[in-house]
Design a protein around this ligand. Structure first.
Ligand SMILES: Cc1cc2nc3c(=O)[nH]c(=O)nc-3n(C[C@H](O)[C@H](O)[C@H](O)COP(=O)(O)OP(=O)(O)OC[C@H]3O[C@@H](n4cnc5c(N)ncnc54)[C@H](O)[C@@H]3O)c2cc1C
Ligand SMILES: *[C@@H]1O[C@H](CO)[C@@H](O)[C@H](O)[C@H]1NC(C)=O
Ligand SMILES: *[C@@H]1O[C@H](CO)[C@@H](O)[C@H](O)[C@H]1NC(C)=O
Ligand SMILES: *[C@@H]1O[C@H](CO)[C@@H](O)[C@H](O)[C@H]1NC(C)=O
Ligand SMILES: *[C@@H]1O[C@H](CO)[C@@H](O)[C@H](O)[C@H]1NC(C)=O
Ligand SMILES: CC(=O)N[C@H]1CO[C@H](CO)[C@@H](O)[C@@H]1O
Length: 646
C-alpha cells in the first residue's frame, strides 16, 4: 500500500501559502543583498574531479589533484567538519554534496515553510519497504538533499537527549580505548561548543549551562499560541513538571516551550548557515562541490581508502578525486551504509547477492537501523485557537492576516512565519514510575501492572515525548483536514527496541536503497506507545486544554473518542497511522566489532584504513530526544579527534 507520491503540492504542513513563500523569498533576497559575491563559491564535478578511465588525466597532477580529506555529503555533520578542519591551514579539504546550497531557497530559511522542501528536488524522497508493524504500509522518509543536509529541512526543534544517553554510549564500548570521551562528562563540552543561546524576553530560561560562543544560534520562535500555554498547564495538572530548560545536566524530564535553531532575524539556522559562512568558504584550503553524487569509495590493495568516484547524473561521466589522509563519510543514516555497501564493505551475504567485490566483510553495516515513530492525535478546537488561519488563508480577512504576518516577518523577524508549530515538548517516562503506573505500567510484579523491559539509558530518563501543535494534518502535511479548527498532540516513542536495516536493491548507486526500520515489531514498543496515546487523550481532557477543545465537532479524522477505546483498538489505529519523526540513526554504529560495530571510538571504520564516519549513523543507541544537536556535537568531537591524529 503506497500513498500517492505526487500529491498536489497543497502542502499544509508546510502550512504556508505560495504567496508567503514568494514574499519570503523577496525578503530573504533583500536581506542577503548586501553581501556581495566575490570569489567562486561552489564547484561542479568536472571542475574538481578527473574523468575515470581517462589515463592521461588520471596521471596528470593539477593543483586540485588531491585533498587531505574528502568529505562525502555536505550535510548536518559535514558542515561542522568543513569549518573546523580548515582552520588548520595545512589541511586541504573537499566536500562533495549531491544537492545545492540552501542560501537562496526561502523554504530552507523561513521556519514555517520547512516542509515545502519535501518531495521536491531538494529531497531524496525515500520510502520504507512495507512495514509489518504498520499494516504493511510503506512510509515516506524525507531526507533533505542540500548543503546543511537535514538541518536545512528539519523541524528546528533543539534538544540534546538525556545526559545518561551518552554515559550509556560510553558503557556500550566496554572499556575500549577512547570510550570515556563519549560519556556525558567528556562529551558535554561538544554539546555546548556549537551553540550560542539567544535568550527570549518572554521565556525565562537559565543560561549558565547553555553555549555562549558557538556558531549555531538557538532561541525561541517569535510566536506562541494559547494552545501551547494550555498544554503546559495541563501537563502540570497531571504531574508533569514545567521546567525552563529540558536540556541541562539536571536531565530532560518535564514540559517546556520548544527551544529552536533560529536566529534573532527569525531565520532557520542550518549548519550551512552557521558553519559555512562566506569567510569559511573563502578559505583557500576548502572547496565545496555541489550537485555531485558520490557512487563509490575506492581502496588500494592494502584496503586503504584512496579517494571517491562521483557523477552528476546516472549516465554522465564519472570522476575521481584522491584523498591523501582520509575519506570521511557524512552522508547520513541512509546513504552512509548504502555507500559502504556499494564500495564493498558490509555483510558478505549482502555484497555477494549483488556481485559487489568484497573489500572488507563487515557484518554491522546497515544493521541496527533505529528511528523514532510518532502518532498524532487530533482534536477539534474552538474558534481562535488555530494557527492555520494565518498560514493557510481562505477568505479575504485571513489573507489580510497572512499579509500582516509576512510584513511582521520581514520587518521584525517574528510572528507566525517563525513557527514550525511544535510549540512545546514534554519528556515523560511511561514504562514504570508514577506516570507509567497510571497507564498500566509497573516497576515490578508487586505493583500489579505490566512490567516492561527497560530500554532507557537510566532511571531518570524518558521513554516518550509529547508535543503539541495548534494545527492538524495527515501524511506530513500532504493531506489537509477539512475541518475549520484543530490541534494535535503527538506521541513519540523515544527508546524503541525494534530495529531494522538499510540494504541495497541492486548494485546501481542511483537506485534507492531498501529501508526497513521494522517499526513496532516488539511488544515493548507497542505497549509504551499505546500508553503514550492514552496520555495524549488524558491531556486533552484536562483543564485548561479541555476548555479549548470543541467536543461538539464530529469528524472521522478526529480523535476525541480514542480514550474510550480498548488497548487492542488503539493498537490497530496506531498501526494504521503511525509515521516517522525523521530521526534514523545507528546504521553504522560505534560499538565493538563483535557487537556489530562499524566504527571504533575514533569513528574509524573497522578493517580498513583512511575511512571515518561522522554523522547520525554512528550513534551506538538513539538518543532520547532529537538527533540534530547530538549529530552536530559528534562532528565537533570528530574534528578534534582528527586534528589530534595529524
Ligand atoms: C523533516 C525532518 C524533521 C526533523 N526535525 C528535527 C528536529 O526538529 N530536531 C532535531 O534535532 N532533528 C530533527 N531531524 C533530524 C535531524 O535533522 C537529523 O538527524 C540530522 O540532521 C542528520 O544529520 P546527518 O549529518 O547525519 O545527515 P544529513 O544532514 O542528512 O546529511 C547527509 C548529507 O549527505 C548528502 N548525501 C547523501 N548521499 C550522498 C551521495 N551519495 N553523494 C553526495 N552527497 C550525498 C545529503 O544530500 C545530505 O546533505 C529532522 C529531520 C527531518 C528530515
Ligand atoms: C595504499 O596506500 C597507502 C597510502 O598511500 C600506501 O602506504 C600503501 O603502500 C598503498 N598500498 C598499495 C598496495 O598500493
Ligand atoms: C515590529 O515591532 C514593533 C515593536 O514591537 C511593533 O511596534 C511593530 O508593529 C512591529 N511591526 C510589524 C509589521 O509587526
Ligand atoms: C504530526 O503532527 C505534527 C504537528 O502538527 C506535524 O508536524 C507532523 O507532520 C504530523 N505528522 C504527520 C505524519 O503528519
Ligand atoms: C535488534 O533487533 C533484533 C531482532 O531483529 C534483536 O535481536 C536485537 O536485540 C535488537 N537490538 C537491540 C540493541 O535492540
Ligand atoms: C542534557 C544535555 O545534553 N544538556 C545540555 C544542554 O545544552 C547545554 C549547552 O547548551 C549543554 O551544556 C548541556 O550539556
Amino acid at each position: 500500500m503506497r500513498r500517492s507520491r505526487t500529491s498536489t503540492k497543497v502542502n499544509t504542513a508546510l502550512a504556508i501559502g505560495a504567496a508567503a513563500v514568494a514574499v519570503g523569498a523577496t525578503a530573504y533576497a533583500l536581506s542577503s543583498k548586501s553581501s556581495s559575491k566575490t570569489a567562486k563559491t561552489f564547484f561542479k564535478a568536472n571542475e574538481i574531479g578527473r574523468p575515470v578511465g581517462d589515463q592521461d588525466s588520471e596521471s596528470s597532477s593539477k593543483d586540485d589533484d588531491e585533498f587531505d580529506f574528502v568529505i562525502v555529503g555536505g550535510g548536518t555533520a559535514a558542515m561542522v567538519l568543513a569549518n573546523r578542519l580548515t582552520d588548520r591551514s595545512d589541511f586541504k579539504v573537499l566536500v562533495i554534496e549531491a544537492g545545492n546550497s540552501g542560501r537562496g531557497v526561502s523554504a530552507a530559511r523561513i521556519p514555517a515553510a520547512f516542509s515545502q522542501l519535501q518531495r521536491t528536488q531538494h529531497d531524496w524522497s525515500y520510502w520504507t519497504v512495507p512495514q509489518k508493524g504498520c499494516n504493511n504500509r510503506e512510509l515516506p522518509w524525507t531526507r533533505t538533499k542540500m548543503l546543511g543536509g537535514c538541518s536545512s529541512g528539519n523541524a528546528l526543534m533543539f534538544h540534546l537527549g538525556a545526559p545518561e544517553d551518552y554515559d550509556k554510549w560510553a558503557r556500550l564500548q566496554k572499556g575500549a580505548d577512547g570510550a570515556e570521551g563519549w560519556a556525558y562528562k567528556g562529551f558535554k563540552k561538544y554539546l555546548q561548543k556549537f551553540e550560542t543561546f539567544v535568550p527570549h524576553p518572554e521565556v525565562p530560561c537559565p543560561t549558565e549551562e547553555r553555549g555562549k560562543t558557538g556558531p549555531v544560534k538557538t532561541g525561541y520562535f517569535g510566536f506562541f499560541t494559547d494552545t501551547g500555554k494550555a498544554f503546559i498547564s495541563s501537563c502540570e495538572a497531571i504531574g508533569i513538571p514545567h521546567v525552563p530548560d529540558v536540556n541541562t545536566s539536571k536531565g530532560t524530564m518535564g514540559v517546556t516551550r520548544t527551544p529552536t535553531y533560529i536566529d534573532p532575524q527569525g531565520r532557520r539556522v542550518s549548519t550551512e548557515a552557521a558553519y559555512l559562512t562566506r569567510e569559511v568558504l573563502a578559505r583557500p584550503n576548502l572547496k565545496v562541490v555541489c550537485g555531485a553524487h558520490v557512487t563509490k569509495i575506492r581502496f588500494n590493495d592494502s584496503k586503504r581508502a584512496v579517494g571517491v568516484e562521483f557523477a552528476e547524473k546516472k549516465d554522465g561521466p564519472v570522476y575521481f578525486i584522491g584523498a591523501r589522509k582520509e575519506v570521511i563519510l557524512s552522508a547520513g543514516a541512509v546513504n552512509t551504509p548504502q555507500i559502504l555497501l556499494l564500495s564493498g564493505i558490509g555483510p558478505e551475504s549482502e555484497l555477494s547477492k549483488h556481485s559487489i567485490p568484497v573489500i572488507h566483510p563487515l557484518p554491522g553495516v546497515g544493521q541496527h537501523l533505529v528511528d523514532h515513530i510518532v502518532f498524532n492525535s487530533s482534536f477539534p478546537t474552538r474558534p481562535g485557537y488555530h494557527t492555520g488561519r494565518f498560514l493557510r488563508p481562505k477568505n479575504a480577512w485571513q489573507k489580510l492576516s497572512m499579509a500582516r504576518a509576512v510584513a511582521q516577518y520581514m520587518i521584525n523577524g517574528t510572528g507566525p512565519l517563525t513557527t514550525h508549530t511544535q510549540e512545546c515538548m514534554a519528556f515523560v517516562r511511561l514504562g514504570d514510575g508514577e506516570l507509567g503506573r497510571k497507564f498500566g505500567g509497573a516497576s515490578d510484579e508487586s505493583e500489579g501492572g505490566e512490567v516492561m523491559e527497560d530500554s532507557t539509558s537510566g532511571k531518570g530518563t524518558p521513554d516518550v515525548e509529547m508535543m503539541v501543535s495548534p494545527l492538524a494534518w495527515r501524511d506530513h502535511g500532504h493531506k489537509i483536514f477539512d475541518i475549520p479548527e484543530a490541534m494535535t498532540i503527538s506521541t513519540t516513542l523515544l527508546r524503541p527496541t525494534s530495529n531494522g536495516t538499510v540494504t541495497l536493491k541492486s548494485a546501481d548507486p542511483w537506485e534507492k536503497p531498501l529501508i526497513d526500520p521494522c517499526y513496532l515489531t516488539t511488544k515493548h514498543d507497542m505497549e509504551i506507545l499505546v500508553r503514550g496515546v492514552r496520555l495524549a487523550h488524558e491531556l486533552a481532557n484536562t483543564e485548561p486544554l479541555k476548555s479549548i477543545l470543541d467536543q461538539s465537532v464530529q469528524h472521522p479524522l478526529l480523535d476525541h473518542a480514542l480514550g474510550t477505546k480498548s488497548n487492542a483498538e488503539i493498537e490497530e489505529i496506531v498501526r494504521s497511522r503511525a509515521e516517522t519523526l525523521y530521526h534514523p540513526s545507528c546504521s553504522a554504529r560505534m560499538a565493538l566489532l563483535e557487537d556489530g560495530g562499524v566504527v571504533d571510538t575514533r569513528l574509524q571504520v573497522y578493517g580498513v584504513q583512511g575511512l571515518r564516519i561522522v554523522d547520525a549513523s554512528v550513534q551506538p543507541e538513539i538518543v532520547s530526544g532529537h538527533t540534530a544537536g547530538p549529530t552536530i556535537a559528534i562532528a565537533e568531537m570528530a574534528a578534534d579527534l582528527i586534528k589530534e591524529e595529524y
